[in-house]
Ligand binder design. Structure first.
Ligand SMILES: Cc1ncc(COP(=O)(O)O)c(C=O)c1O
Length: 379
């Protein structure tokens, strides 16, 4: 855990805005996942935070990786590039899934040499893969309920369960091997039923495929969605694990390999944003602070991730309902319209915890303001 005093020291040393990554937290989250779901191979979803040092720490912990673009693949590849060719190839087979159901042909052509595991969810993609990455192994992405998830994904991804076996047989017909099924229950899912329904749907499809003569599937990828503890309403991970662990064992025999692609769960609590007040005004009767980080930068999750990050002050004192704005000239750049803050002055520091996922990863250079400087602690 990084203390408030340490955050202030780092801000003095490096300036602001600052994005602090706590590698102890990364290791703790990874180990917690492994402890409570020991049958599940963890593929960190690099998109959640693709900082190479984060990938390196999880690599050292033994993590596998979910990549969704060639640049993400290369960040992971950096860690294995010095392995002998055969070892490197085995590592890629065992520990990388390219989990973007729609892939450009150029990507498939580059990936093919690695005989990668890739996801798909429609007919067009089967034929594209056959033509441009014929050595790939396939995983069918299934559309599953995303009820109540903070970030819904099922409107854009996943084959309807009714079409799943037809797609598997079509891939088989053209000479590709479908190795298993994946799903994503929606990011920050606190509704455990989503996992239970998705597991049951997957088991039904395994059974239907078998009944129709297809017996080559040997893996189930339960995706991401595992919630970060943003507030006290989120139950601890072990509670979710307690619900899905027996269901996995009930539905899938031991020889079926189980994968997961957690992103947020591994990195959310490992990121802290520190910024400073660069101006203040009164707007609609409220004290309003302009800080040097905002929704085009580390707080991009406010927009893209539908996430809220409480703004905390280092300064003590009686608080007042206040607004916090980002530094750009866009009126969309509102970090929060309702924070309880003490009376802040120019140059006072503020911070947000649990901001490691889908935050710095989607920061831009808008308006000439670069993304926050990244500092690694406990690496
Ligand atoms: C295919 C896939 N896998 C894994 C993830 C990571 O999800 P989460 O951060 O909810 O664990 C995502 C997030 O969008 C995804 O699209």
């Amino acid at each position: 855990m990084i203390t408030k005093a340490r955050l202030q020291t780092l801000a003095q040393e490096h300036g602001t805005p600052l994005f602090v990554v706590d590698h102890d937290a990364l290791r703790k989250n990874y180990r917690e996942f492994r402890k409570h779901l020991p049958r599940v191979q963890v593929y960190f979803a690099v998109k959640a935070n693709s900082d190479p040092a984060i990938v390196r720490t999880l690599f050292k912990e033994g993590s596998s990786f979910d990549v969704a673009s060639m640049p993400e693949f290369r960040i992971v590849y950096e860690n294995i590039k010095k392995l002998p060719a055969k070892k490197r190839q085995d590592w890629i087979w065992d520990k990388i899934i390219y989990a973007n159901p729609t892939k450009p042909t150029e990507t498939l052509e580059e990936l093919d040499q690695y005989k990668p595991l890739v996801t798909f969810d429609n007919r067009e993609e089967i034929h594209k893969i056959k033509q441009h990455a014929p050595h790939a192994g396939l995983v069918l992405r299934l559309k599953v309920p995303n009820t109540g998830a903070m970030v819904e994904l099922s409107s854009k991804f996943g084959a309807p369960p009714g079409e799943a076996v037809d797609l598997i047989l079509e891939a088989d017909r053209v000479g590709l091997v479908v190795e298993g099924i994946s799903f994503h229950v929606g990011s920050q899912t606190t509704n455990y039923d989503n996992y239970l329904q998705a597991l049951q749907l997957t088991a039904n499809i395994f059974a239907e495929a078998k009944a129709r003569g297809y017996t080559k599937m040997n893996l189930v990828d339960i995706g991401g969605g595992f919630p970060a503890p943003y507030d006290s309403s989120v139950k601890p991970f072990r509670e979710l694990a307690k619900v899905i662990r027996p269901e996995i064992d009930r539905l899938f025999p031991k020889e079926i390999q189980i994968l997961a692609e957690p992103g947020r769960f591994l990195v959310a609590t490992a990121g802290i944003a520190v910024s400073k007040v660069v101006g203040k005004a009164v707007r609609d009767g409220k004290p309003s602070y302009y800080i040097n980080d905002g929704v085009y930068h580390t707080y991009s999750g406010v927009i893209f991730d539908h996430c809220k990050y409480p703004i905390l002050a280092f300064k003590q004192g009686p608080t007042q309902l206040s607004a916090v704005f980002g530094p750009t000239c866009d009126a969309l750049d509102v970090v929060s319209l309702a924070e309880n803050l003490p009376n802040l002055e120019r140059d006072d520091l503020v911070y947000s915890v649990n901001i490691g996922a889908y935050s710095h990863a989607s920061a831009t250079y808008f308006n000439g303001f670069p993304p926050a400087k990244v500092v690694h602690e406990n690496e």
